[in-house]
Each structure stands twice: as structure tokens, then as C-alpha cells.
Design a protein around this ligand. Sequence first.
Ligand code: ZN
Length: 333
Amino acid sequence: MKKETGLIMEKDSGRIIFLNSVYTHNIWGGSRLSDEFNAPVKASDLGECWGISAHENGDCRVSEGPYSGLKLSELWKLKPGLFGNETESLNNSIKDEFPLLVKIIDAKEDLSIQVHPGDSFADEYENHSFGKTECWYVLDCPENAGLIIGHNASSTEEMIEMIDEKRWGEFLREVPVKKGDFIQIDPGTVHAIKKGFVILETQQSSNITYRVYDYDRTENGRKRELHTEKCKKVIKTPSKEPAECIISAEKLKSPDNTLDVMYAGMYYSVFKMEVRGDAFLEQKYRFLNVTVTDGIGSVDGHVVKKGQSFILPYKYGVAHFEGSMELIASAMR
Ligand code: ZN
């Protein structure tokens, strides 16, 4: 049903692609996805909420409308027009897969220290997978918290030496981070989320992770596998300066009800919008992934709340948001 409100034509939400998130149980997961982010699964070991994903390890299903029940990977192939893909233009030189993955992570424990390969390494050694470039928006964290981002070795030889000699304290670089900061993690960057962080991660649709170090923890009496040789091949040296990876919350402050670009890189642009009252968003991207990261409200009359993700399809026009919400959105580049 369409109704006129002043000059703005309010649309129905029928074309919005609402998705059911996929949840993962992890030993390091917590209860915040259940308690605060409205996960339908009630559990105290939920580590990840894959809100927008067409990856085979967690392919979200459309929750309502004409495509209800379809997996996002199926919708991508069946209705390319929803994503601005002309069927003819899809050729073998471009991987015909939904390219991004958006998840919320609740870490009750420190996560293992990891690194991801870029596209060419993943294509060659990981069964033609995408590489993994990712970024984090910090939804919550303890006071005076830090994350592992990068390392302190100044040459490749030194990096390999520090890993072989397990000089982790010297090798790993912990940098102070606070709620509302944005962090870009390029492939080859050593990184780890620490205990108490809740983040929204926007990434390439890839699940290729190499574990550098796991704090020598054991699970059922055994240490988890490390991927030391692959790590040495993909870790970049020297690491970028923290200032090149982190955009502080202060710099990201912007007026309410506007879609602000936090970051625009090779694979994605990531945006933030604070909705206070009425907000109008022109969907001018191929498609726009949206996650409600705080509050409650509506999009074109459809109630949405913290934890919900959806996609505004190609040529959706202007979406009308109402309520009190923080939204994190992303578009492919
Ligand atoms: Zn990662």
C-alpha cells in the first residue's frame, strides 16, 4: 500500500530483503546476542550472528515476502536484478557469488590470533575462495580495552624468527580501542578480538582463516591447530601504523539521520546512520546491506530492532526510517 506523506512517497517494505540470521555456538561465545541483540536462539555460547551472508557455512534465508525461504545465495542467482546484476554481464572473470558477509560477534573470551589471505593466495591455495578483507565497528567493549592489530617485526626475517621462537609478547601489537571506533583489517594483518568486545564485522564472503597463536590454550586436552607455514607466507611486514587502520569514534561523529561513509575501500563501503525520528535514505548503490545495531524503529512501516539485518535492493528508491536506531550499512564497490 502506498500513501502520500507530504512530498515523500512512502513505499511499502515488500521489496526489502529481510533475512533470518544464522547463529554459531562457540566456546568463546556469550549470551549478549540472545539477551541484547534479539537472537531467537537462547544460549550462552553464541559467538556469531551472520546477519547477511550467502556463504556456504551460513547461508541466510529470506524471512518473508515473495522469496521467503530462499537462501541468499539462491536469490543472488535467481534474481540478479535485485542486486543490480545484469545476467549478461556476469562472466567467468568475476566470481558469481554474493560478495560480502556481515556478522555481529560477541567474544566472551580472547579469540585466537589470526591472519587472512588476500584474493590471489586464496584463489590459488584455498579452492578458488575469495580472500578475506574485513573491518570492524566496535559496538561495545570494556574500558581501556585493546585489540591485536598488526605486529612489531620490522622485516620478514624478523617476523619468521619471532614466530619460530614464540616471542608472542614482543611480536603482537596491542592497540587501544574504544566503543564506536572503526578498524580496517587488510589481508596479511595479524589480528585478534579480545574478551568483552562486541563488534559488527563487514567482510568479503570468505571463511579462510589462518591461526597464528592461540595463547597455548587446550580444548579437551588438545591445542587447536595452528597454520604457521601459511601464516608466514601471508603476514605482511611491516604492519601498517595503527593510525592507518583505526578511525576513532570522535572522527565518526556526524549529524543524525544522514548516511555517513565511515570507510570506502577496495571491496566495500561501510556507512553509519543514527536515526532519530524520521530519516530518509536514498538507495543509490547496487544494493545496500543494513543492520540495526542499536534501538528499535521501522523501515517503510516494517518494525525492525537491534540485531536485525536486511538488504535494500537495486533501485529501491528512498527508504523511510523512523524511530531511535543506530544502523550500520555496507555496499560493494
Ligand atoms: Zn579476521
